[in-house]
Design a protein around this ligand. Sequence first.
Ligand code: M6R
Length: 365
Amino acid sequence: KKGNYDHFMQKEIHEQPHSLTTTMRGRLKDNSVVLGGLKDHLKTIRHSRRIIFIGCGTSYNAALAARPFLEELSGIPVTMELASDLLDRQGPIYREDTAVFVSQSGETADTLLALEYALGNGALCVGVTNTVGSTLARRTHCGVHINAGCEIGVASTKAYTSQIVVMAMMALAIGADKISTQPRREAIINGLSDLPKNVAEVLKLDGEMRDLAKSLIDTQSLLVFGRGYNYATALEGALKVKEVALMHSEGMLAGEMKHGPLALVDETLPIIVIATHDACFSKQQSVIQQLHARKGRLIVMCSEGDATSVCPMGSCRVIEVPQVADCLQPVINIIPMQLLAYHLTVLRGYDVDQPRNLAKSVTTE
Ligand code: M6R
């Protein structure tokens, strides 16, 4: 049921303070994380030679958002695989690997085929899914349900944020044997507890994002630059815009800007730069200056209170979001992008919940 909302996507975006609460319920206890579905396998995971994240679309992007903090807290190399590409290459997977499969539906054909491939190669296979009883849940050795509640809109929104939070909790559980990172883990756990409140806060940008959508309604293309924790936000934000608003949009690693994308910059092409406060902040400030010098049409997402330092020349549009623990910032930053994609779609007159040519669950290769 859509309740008071016009569309399922809209409802699912606004539901996120609640869905994230359900995702964390009973799992955060006295500065530690308890994941029942993983606890008997933590030792094996800690001894693995590498962790491989495998998924498609939004689920892949959620894993990409989790990669930096999983590497940081576990000390284990984490590599990324789009399921179809892994299968095309028949890439090497070993018994000493832990393969983490991420899928909202748990029924995506490419992800399931990659799972069978990894099982055949002897890896420990972990599932992260929203669907109890799905093939993914049944075929993996162990795993965690994200408990985001049923997601109906074809565009994945609340599942994305719950997937990141589950992978943050996984990283905390895997790294729990390290004394040296305890203060960092405690800070992240506190950040997780406060996350629903901060998500409710960022949802107040709804009207502002509708205004931004109005200003972008007729543009041909939209670029999104991110890096570090928010490289995934750039990819996922652009995926939302292209999939529902049917507008060309590309998420790009800001560090690659000078290696090609800079040639596209002119006064007309809108560019969103994600520049919230973290270790990459000064690098993003210099990206903004370089885009400004080329007269780019800039929209900057920054932490509350940073507007004048990200945009001293006052010539860009600024979206200010609440600042949270750096590794949880992708959960906050994707929400204005989801709202933007939603409003762009409505204003352009397209079907929000059932975009052209797409299915909620892709069950063929
Ligand atoms: O059910 P899954 O998470 O495995 O689905 C993977 C992709 O098909 C899915 O995330 C797709 O990219 C979404 N429609 C994006 O919003």
